[in-house]
Design a protein. Sequence first.
Length: 393
Amino acid sequence: MMENRFNNRVFGAVLVKSTVANYNADFTGSPRTLPNGVVYATDKALKYTIRNYLKLDNNNKLFYTTRYKKENMQPLDIDETYIELFGAYPSLKEIKKKAKEKDDKYFPRIKEEVDKFIEENSGYEIEHSIKNNYLLKKEIDNKISFVIIGHKPEDIKRVPILQNLFKALDIRLFGATFASKEGNISIHGNAQITHGINIYAENNIFTEDIVSPFRNSNEKSGDSQQTTIGNQTVLEEGHYLHNFSINPKNSEELVKLIDNHGYLTNDDITQFKEAINRGASYLDSASKIGVENEFSIFVTLKENKKIQLPSFTTLIQVIEQEESFKRKLDLSEVKNLLADVEDRIKTVEIYIDATKLDYDDDIFDIPNVCVKSIISDKELKKCEEKNDDNPKS
């Protein structure tokens, strides 16, 4: 795990196109709008598409997805989800101090109780100990059973819970607010995503009538003998730009507390890139059939570089072209920005749908750039491996 650990900071953006569709509806069913009328989408909308795509790999553990009880199809609550994924919460056994018992006899007695438990319960072994509390574990049906025996077992209960939570890919990426009966745990996500703002000049929303094949079952209704009429509201055309950043140090302190299990890995980042590039296109439904990924950029800094890049929202433009159905992607401001910090950048990866977006060839002049098709991953510019990280700030 440590050898595969991802250590670099990343700044980026992803562009999601919506054509006669509704990428992210409010509670009235309309595309969300800011007070000034500009259409936007929440970060949750993009995260949903990412998680939905990551579910394609059965080896991925994902925590924040809806699961249902088999007997009544009710959604699981947070504790039921934890148990479904990881097994039971740690069982606690407190060894109480006897009256007038001194520490030099009390604490060895705790270890005797631990040894006795291991002898009577085959397969358990000591994971580690903290202040005379012993964390024991045993694998049962591909899940880990934890037992805590000691002076104040409640004090270290969070350790095995955190170990399990960090096994979930979406928690390693986006963090978690784990509000459980077993205690509240907040995990700062390594990948942070902003709301997506429509950077296209127009924000044309319209409503259309649709017919249901079924009649209204309300006998008192005037149209109870007719098929019912409904409506749906969609955006004519939008290009939602989400900014994102990745900082592996966000969860570093928590991971250190659980024996360094749960760091963000290179494999995690590879899956994140694929999901953020394809998740919106993959998620087809009646309202999202016109929602597609069309562009993304990943700016990976060299290790230990501490610069903070500004949001790409005001630096990227999508422009209408009179003589083409394609829109024009303008990255000139991004190019100027990255040229100023070229010595601190490891790679710049650009993914683009050239069937929908035109672009100027000067994007190939961006320092350390690699340009690929967002559809096929085919290289539009040869991508060179960069192994020249400089540990100095």
